[in-house]
Design a protein around this ligand. Structure first.
Ligand SMILES: NC(=O)c1ccc[n+]([C@@H]2O[C@H](COP(=O)([O-])OP(=O)(O)OC[C@H]3O[C@@H](n4cnc5c(N)ncnc54)[C@H](O)[C@@H]3O)[C@@H](O)[C@H]2O)c1
Length: 303
C-alpha cells in the first residue's frame, strides 16, 4: 500500500452516495491513502455519521467533509465541485458518482410509481452519473489547463455499475436498464484518456452486504443463504482503488466485476462475455416477488 499512498497523498475526491455501503468503504480506503474526501449524499447512514464525528484528520492526514446533496438536482451536483475546491483547495482528482437505489421494495415499474414523465431510479442510477461525469470533465480540464496542460492522467471517474447489467430480470427492469446504461456510458468514454488524460472506469459489484441489500426484508429475500454469497463492501472498495492506481493493468473504459474476494476480479468484455462468475454472482430468491408481479399482470402463478 506504500506506493499507492504515495500516488494518492494530497489528492481530492468527491464520492456521491458515500454516506453508506460500498461507497463509504471506498471513502475510508481513500482517507487511509491520504486523500481528502467530500461525501455528497442525501443522508448519512448512522454508523457513517459516528465514524465521521470520530474521524481525526491529524491522525489520518486526510480531511473528510459531508455535503448534503440530492444527486437528482444539477445545481446540487455543481455545488459539490465548488465545495471541494473551497474546502481542499483543488479540483477533485477522483470522482465517484456512486449513489444508487434499487427497484425493491417499491417496484416503480410494476407498481406504476413515478407517472410524471421520469423514473426516480433512472434519475439517480443513470442520469446522475452521466451529469456528474460531464461536470467532472469540465472541472478536471480547467484544472489541467491552469497547471500548464501537462501530459498524463489528470483525473479519474469511477462509476458503480452492477452485475445486473448482464443479468436483466423481470423483477428489477429499471435497475438492470440503468446499470447497462452505465456500462455503455463508461465504455463510450474510454477514449477520453488518450484525448485529454481523463480516465473513466467502472466497477460491477455482485451481491454485496450493504444497507441497500440487507436493511429491507423484501430485497433481502432475493438472497438465499443456502446458495448465495453476500460480498463484503471492503472488497469492492479495494477493486475501486485498484481501478484508480493500477493504470497499466486496467485500461480506461474497463468494467471490473467483483463477485469474489481476495482480488479475484474479472474484466467484463464488451462482446462475447461469459457473464458474471464467482460466488457473489447468484441470486436464488425472489420467487414470491415474481408471483406478485404475475398477479399484477393477471397471468398464471407459474414461473
Ligand atoms: N449492494 C449490492 O449488492 C450492490 C450490487 C451491485 C451494485 N450496487 C451499487 O452500489 C452502489 C452503492 O450501493 P450500496 O449497495 O452501497 O447501497 P447503500 O444504500 O448502502 O448506498 C447508497 C447510497 O446512495 C445514496 N442515495 C440514494 N439516493 C440518493 C439521492 N437522490 N441523492 C444522494 N444520495 C442518494 C443513499 O443515501 C446511500 O447512502 C449503488 O450504485 C448500487 O446500485 C450495489
Amino acid at each position: 500500500m506504500a506506493s499507492t499512498t504515495a500516488f494518492l497523498k494530497g489528492q481530492a475526491a468527491i464520492v456521491t452516495g458515500g454516506g453508506s455501503g460500498i461507497n463509504f468503504s471506498f471513502v475510508k480506503l481513500l482517507v487511509e491513502s491520504g486523500v481528502n474526501v467530500l461525501i455528497a449524499d442525501i443522508a448519512l447512514y448512522p454508523s457513517t455519521k459516528t465514524w465521521l464525528e470520530s474521524h481525526n484528520p491529524d491522525e489520518t492526514g486526510s480531511r473528510v467533509e459531508y455535503l448534503q446533496t440530492d444527486v437528482r438536482d444539477w445545481s446540487q451536483l455543481e455545488r459539490t465541485f465548488d465545495v471541494c475546491i473551497a474546502q481542499f483547495g483543488k479540483c477533485p482528482d477522483i470522482v465517484v458518482p456512486g449513489a444508487g437505489v434499487f427497484d425493491l421494495p417499491k417496484n416503480a415499474f410494476w407498481e406504476d410509481v413515478d407517472k410524471d414523465g421520469h423514473y426516480n431510479l433512472l434519475d439517480v442510477n443513470l442520469v446522475h452519473p452521466i451529469k456528474m461525469t460531464r461536470l467532472a470533465i469540465k472541472h478536471m480540464l480547467e484544472a489541467k489547463k491552469a497547471k500548464g496542460d501537462k501530459p498524463g492522467i489528470c483525473g479519474t471517474i469511477v462509476h458503480v455499475s452492477s452485475i445486473a447489467a448482464q443479468t436483466p430480470a423481470l423483477l428489477i427492469p429499471l435497475y438492470s436498464a440503468s446499470k447497462s446504461g452505465v456500462n455503455s456510458f463508461v465504455r463510450s468514454m474510454a477514449n477520453l484518456q488518450d484525448v485529454c488524460g481523463i480516465r473513466v472506469v467502472g466497477v460491477a459489484p455482485g451481491m454485496t452486504s450493504t444497507p441497500l441489500m440487507v436493511d429491507d426484508p423484501v430485497t433481502l429475500s432475493l438472497f438465499d443463504p443456502e446458495r448465495d454469497t453476500l460480498l463484503p463492501p471492503e472488497e469492492l472498495a479495494r477493486a475501486m482503488l485498484s481501478l484508480v492506481v493500477d493504470t497499466d493493468k486496467y485500461a480506461a473504459g474497463t468494467i471490473l466485476e467483483v463477485c469474489d474476494t481476495e482480488g479475484r476480479w474479472r474484466e467484463v468484455s464488451n462482446l462475447n462475455d461469459p457473464g458474471p462468475q464467482g460466488p457473489g454472482s447468484t441470486i436464488s430468491g425472489g420467487k414470491d416477488i415474481a408471483y406478485g408481479i404475475f398477479k399484477t399482470l393477471g397471468v398464471g402463478p407459474k414461473i
